[in-house]
Each structure stands twice: as C-alpha cells, then as structure tokens.
Design a binder for this molecule. Structure first.
Ligand code: ADP
Ligand code: MG
Length: 359
C-alpha cells in the first residue's frame, strides 16, 4: 500500500506582502523536509519541502518526475495542489500555461510523457487523449467544448466501479505541443472572480486529465489504460476572510463544501475506522474517489504564503496536508476492460485444456 505523498511549497513573499510590511513566519529546518511556523515553532514534516529559493524545475524533478513512470505501468496518477488563494497553486501546476516563464508541473509532465512515448514507439502503440474540467458551484463545466459556457455543463455517472462523464470532450493528442495548446485554450475559459483576497482569484477547481492507452505491438490484445489527473484546487481560505459578499459569498460556501468534504474523506481514510467513506457528499470527492484511498498514486502539493499576515491560513493548510500524508492508497494496474475479459477467457481456456490433457 502506498501512502499519499505530500510536498510543501512555500512561495517567496510577493510584492504586495513586502509593501505592506509582512515578514516571513515559516522557517525551513535543516536536513529534514520539515518546517516550523509562528512564534510557537509548531513543526511539520512532509515527504518534500520546497522553500522560496527553489524553482519550478526542482519541484518537478524531485517530487513529480519519478511518478510519471507509473502511468506506463498502468497505474493512475493524481496530483492535487491545495492552499489558500494566492499561495501559488496555479503557478506550481502551470494550469495557466501560456508558453512563457518557468514551466509548471503540467507542461513538464506533458513533455516527459511524450518523451517516454517517443522512446518506446518501436514496440508499443500509444493513444493519448486529454480533457479539462472546471468544478464551480457544484457544477462541472467542460472547458474544451465549443459550446457556450452555460451549455457546457456535464455530469458524472458511476460506471464499472469508476466515474464516467458522458458528453465530456476528450481530444486526441499526437504530441506535447498539441496537448499544451489545448491546455492553454481551455484555461482561458476558466471563471475568474475578483475578491478582496486576490484580484484574480480562482474560486473553482480545475482538473486537467491525460488518458493514456498502451498497446503492445507484438501482443495487441495486451492493452493497459491509465489516467493522470492534475488538479488545481480552489482556494482553501474560509470565505469570511475573502471579504466576499453576495454571489461571491455563495461561491465561497460551495467551494468550502468540496474542500470540507475532501477534508472529511481524508479524516475517514486516515483513522481506518470507517467502513463507509462519504465520497458522495460533494462532486469534488466523487470525481477524485479513485484518487484518494483508491486506485491511484497520489501527490498533494500544499502551497503556502510565508507572510505572517497569512499565518492562520498557512497553519490550516499544514494541518490539512499533514492528515493527507496518512492516507494509504491501493494502486492496481488498469487493464482495458475488453483485454481484461480476453485474459480471463484465455486463462479459463488454458485451465480447461489442462483438465482435458490430464483426463
Ligand atoms: P493561487 O493559484 O494559489 O491562487 P497563484 O499561483 O496565482 O496562486 O500565485 C499568486 C502569485 O504569486 C502569482 O503572481 C504568482 O506568480 C506568484 N507565485 C506563486 N508561487 C510562486 C513561486 N514559487 N515563485 C514566484 N512567484 C510565485
Ligand atoms: Mg489559482
């Protein structure tokens, strides 16, 4: 059983924090992936800690790169960015990809995936599709459809022990540039709500998914399929601090619902006492059901601001991430349903043949 891995990323103080006289209240401890926060020096340990001096390349190379190979072995992979608005989730994930600046996790992962595909083309056939969803006020929006936004709502259904989303646009991609052009196009359709907390705050969860089908050329019936979810979660702050009112307040409550249920699910998974996990209580947790406590290798990247002004929210993120670390997942290889059935029949056939021989 694999635990959910957790990386903490502390971003640098941003200009507005420096201008308003904020000081850093988070200190990285030497030798261990550990930080202490505030005057009481509460300390937390994670699988990785990245401080303000560590850039996009280092975060990717240490925490993410070695997970990519799992996809080619047929495991699902999920990376979640968690943290308050303005803590660096979108920057870290690279969800707002526009081809400029230091690349985030999604574009780097896309390049690595296609490098691996290129290196194995001789004996393997690959099929790659991508989809891009936004979960906003408990509605799922397809970010890759040509339809106007109000007609782009899709919904989930339970199928074969998994979630399926009928009508969701899944685009075939041939190379990394294809996939990144789609990411760029899709992210420009995300809602952006201005709140007192951050002028361009994301009040929604964005889920970019890469589906990979892998067929062995010498044995074409040997097919595995894997799913890579890259999730830029909504801001984890409590709505009262955003200064949000009216419509924005409603958003705040619903966003908290998804993250609150996610928090409950994490608690239930951690204490091991629950035979029933409340995945169904929010769309976010239904969507991520396979990724938490299920069939996935999972990394949570917890993002925090180092500013003393944000200490309370940062402590809450550290606590949340600390609990997530204790979840155990049970990843198993995904065979394509058709090829799984064929394998089963072959095995049965072989058993019957052996029986005949032994008679
Ligand atoms: P979130 O998505 O969590 O709301 P953003 O990713 O939009 O936060 O980050 C907020 C601001 O901080 C952006 O201007 C972003 O460029 C900057 N930022 C975040 N993390 C880093 C980092 N590690 N290094 C430099 N700038 C960062
Ligand atoms: Mg964001």
């Amino acid at each position: 059983m694999e635990s959910v891995k957790v990386a903490l990323r502390v971003r640098p103080l941003v200009k507005s924090e420096i201008d308003s006289g904020c000081r850093s209240c988070i200190e990285r401890l030497p030798n261990e992936p550990q930080v202490s926060i505030g005057k009481n020096n509460l300390s937390y340990t994670f699988n990785y800690v990245f401080d303000e001096n560590e850039g996009q390349g280092k975060v990717y190379n240490l925490a993410v790169k070695n997970l990519i190979e799992n996809l080619f072995k047929g495991y699902n992979l999920t990376i979640l960015a968690y943290g308050q608005t303005g803590s660096g989730k979108t920057y870290t994930m690279g969800t707002n990809y526009n081809g400029e600046g230091e690349l985030g996790v999604i574009p780097r992962a896309v390049y690595d995936i296609f490098d691996i595909i290129e290196s194995r083309k001789e004996d393997t056939t690959f099929g790659v599709t991508v989809s891009f969803l936004e979960l906003y006020n408990e509605s799922l929006y397809d970010l890759l459809t040509d339809k106007p936004r109000e007609q782009s709502i899709v919904d989930m259904r339970e199928m074969n022990n998994g979630i399926c989303i009928p009508g969701l646009t899944e685009l075939q991609v041939q190379n990394a540039d294809n996939a990144l052009a789609i990411l760029k196009e899709g992210s420009s359709g995300r809602v952006v709500g201005a709140t007192a907390m951050n002028a361009a705050s994301s009040r929604s969860h964005a889920v970019f998914t890469i589906n990979i089908k892998i067929m062995n050329k010498t044995n074409p019936k040997d097919v595995i399929a894997s799913k890579f979810h890259l999730v830029d979660l909504a801001g984890s702050e409590r709505s009262k601090k955003t200064g949000a009112t009216g419509d924005r307040f409603k958003e705040g409550i619903n966003i908290n619902k998804g993250l609150m249920v996610l928090g409950n699910v994490i608690s239930q998974l951690c204490d091991g006492q629950h035979s029933f996990i409340n995945y169904r209580d929010s769309k976010l947790t239904r969507l991520l059901q396979d990724s938490l406590g299920g069939n996935s290798v999972t990394l949570m990247i917890a993002c925090v601001s180092p500013a003393d002004y944000n200490q309370e929210e940062s402590v809450s993120t550290l606590r949340y991430a600390d609990r997530a670390k204790k979840i155990k997942n049970k990843p198993v290889v995904n065979q394509d349903p058709a090829s799984a059935e064929i394998s089963r029949l072959r095995k049965e056939n072989e058993e019957l043949r052996l029986k005949l021989i032994s008679v």
